[in-house]
Design a protein around this ligand. Structure first.
Ligand SMILES: Cc1cc2nc3c(=O)[nH]c(=O)nc-3n(C[C@H](O)[C@H](O)[C@H](O)COP(=O)(O)OP(=O)(O)OC[C@H]3O[C@@H](n4cnc5c(N)ncnc54)[C@H](O)[C@@H]3O)c2cc1C
Length: 316
């Protein structure tokens, strides 16, 4: 049995959840077993949507809210043990990252995080994972009876394979609150960074927060998320939720546009898996150009508004 944690945000499935479902369902097919998604929360809608990605069955636990980490971990561990799950698939989101360690200890299972490949082998389960802040890749195999994988968001893609019309089973599990959320603050960006296919990012070269309109205008025309370098969020020009890099969020968008960012190794650690990198910097010696697919040497205040206007003209 392959169990997949179908993570939601405000009662809607995240894009990364469809990746996890696609991944788990493909693994289940290869292993000749069933795939089962587990959904938490009261009014998740519509659960049947998961069938598009090949899942055979959905277990819906209504009593536990969509993010009560310890309760979710206990429920996932009980379900995995009860069904003799051999593989448990999580998103590599903040939620997934906080669950993987707890689950590994509760189930006594091997845990492999930052997974970037489908299994190369099932016996023993062997996958590739990113390591050393994305500066390297490792091939890892598990000898454990059950293995937990957390997937790097946007790395493996969504596979739509018809409509499997999964059966939905309601399961009663007592919520076991060890922590309570007292207050939460929503990210300011309109598109959540880990899920964004395009990201426009800026650094200290922008000189001050009052200049960010050129970044948000470009992001808007590209339907992109916005990000920034660490010093920019440290100074308070942008919220911490936009900080990408080794100590921030690690992303893998199709397109990453870096504006006025030098390209320090700690920044690259979070963005180097982007499929296409465009760098705009007025210093031709800026290290970021070495990692760029396309580079524009120029003043951001001149280049970016012109780029935005040109892109707008394509849309007319
Ligand atoms: C332990 C550790 C962890 C770290 N983690 C992170 C991390 O997660 N993420 C991260 O980003 N950093 C991180 N850093 C900091 C990192 O080392 C760099 O200091 C930081 O990334 C630099 O930010 P920046 O490129 O915005 O600024 P700068 O290095 O000041 O670069 C500004 C760039 O803008 C260009 N520029 C200036 N004016 C213009 C203009 N008008 N038009 C176009 N370009 C212009 C300049 O040529 C320059 O290349 C970490 C550092 C340490 C020690």
């Amino acid at each position: 049995m392959v169990i997949i944690y179908a993570e939601t945000w405000e009662n809607e499935f995240k894009k990364t959840t469809f990746e996890a479902i696609s991944y788990g369902s493909k693994c289940a097919q290869e292993m000749g077993v069933e795939s089962i998604a587990v959904v938490f929360g009261n009014s998740v809608n519509p659960i049947g949507e998961l069938g598009k990605y090949g899942v055979n069955k959905v277990i819906h636990v209504q009593e536990i809210d969509e993010f009560e980490p310890y309760s979710i971990a206990l429920a996932l561990s009980d379900i995995t043990k009860e069904l003799n799950g051999k593989l448990l698939v999580l998103n590599g989101t903040a939620n997934g990252k906080s669950l993987i360690g707890i689950l590994s200890s509760l189930i006594n299972a091997a845990a492999i995080s930052n997974v970037t490949s489908f299994p190369i082998n099932h016996k023993p389960l062997t996958v590739m994972r990113s390591a050393f802040s994305s500066k390297g890749i490792e091939q890892v195999s598990s000898n454990s009876d059950c293995t937990i994988l957390s997937l790097v968001p946007n790395a493996l893609g969504i596979i739509s394979n018809g409509d499997s019309n999964p059966s939905v089973v309601l399961k009663k599990i007592d919520s076991n609150h060890k922590t309570s959320i007292l207050q939460s603050e929503k990210e300011s960006g309109e598109i959540p960074l880990p899920e964004a296919e395009r990201v426009v990012s800026a650094g200290r070269g922008l000189k001050g927060p009052e200049n960010w309109n050129i970044i948000t205008d470009l992001a808007k025309v590209l339907n992109a998320g916005t990000a920034c370098s660490k010093p920019v969020s440290d100074i308070g020009w942008r919220p911490h939720s936009e900080h990408v890099g080794q100590t921030g969020i690690q992303i893998n968008p199709e397109l990453y546009i870096a504006i006025g960012i030098s390209g320090a190794i700690q920044h690259l650690a979070g963005v180097s898996r982007s499929k296409t990198i465009v760098v705009i910097n007025n210093d031709p010696e800026a290290p970021f150009f070495k990692a760029a697919d396309y580079g524009i040497v120029g003043d951001a205040f001149d280049v970016v508004p012109r780029l935005t206007e040109t892109l707008k003209s394509f849309k007319k």
